[in-house]
Design a protein. Structure first.
Length: 185
């Protein structure tokens, strides 16, 4: 069966496809090996267990959905960043139906903590990008923030709205963008 040597990236690509098609129910070493056309041992060269494979596949989905531009090409405005995140969520829900809702159910009992950690890591990247976009936005009124209402707190509030929209599967950001414009500009 070991017809072809494959790469970690190819294994993750196939795993993402299987997660997309089967909502995580059938993701295991044998299924992935078969779909890649390689032996089970080839998969074990990269992933030592089903849980390690699942965690890497889920993390690669988060990275696929939220593939931020390079820092030099960062967002000109905070609203551009927020609109981009909403567009990514919409595209992600189309590319990986049910992923945002099923993420936590993909992991078996004892591995749920690892899955949660990877999700939180992905969320931190989103929060960091929001904060950076806010910091770089030259149109923000100087008097908007003070010691009590900081840019970090504002970014956190907007991130909470993003997570709520993700869970509701509501990718219309017009209300959030209007609120941001009225507060910042």
């Amino acid at each position: 069966m070991n017809k072809v040597v494959t790469s970690r990236e190819e294994i993750l690509r196939v795993s993402r496809k299987l997660l997309k098609e089967q909502n995580g129910a059938a993701l295991n070493i044998r299924t992935v090996a078969s779909a890649c056309g390689v032996s089970v041992g080839s998969i074990y060269n990269y992933f030592h267990s089903k849980s390690e494979l699942t965690a890497a596949a889920v993390e690669s989905i988060w990275n696929d959905i939220f593939c931020f531009p390079e820092k030099e090409d960062g967002f000109v405005s905070f609203t551009d960043c927020v609109a981009w995140i909403f567009a990514c969520m919409k595209k992600g829900s189309e590319s990986y139906p049910g992923f945002f809702m099923l993420h936590s159910t993909i992991f078996p009992g004892e591995e749920k903590e690892d899955g949660k950690d990877r999700m939180l890591h992905s969320w931190k990247r989103i929060q960091d990008e929001l904060h950076e976009a806010l910091r770089r936005d030259r149109k923000v009124r100087r008097e908007t923030f003070d010691e009590t209402f900081t840019p970090e707190k504002f970014s956190g509030i907007i991130f909470s709205l993003i997570i709520a929209a993700m869970l509701r599967q509501d990718y219309d950001c017009s209300g959030v963008l209007e609120m941001i414009k009225r507060i910042l500009y």
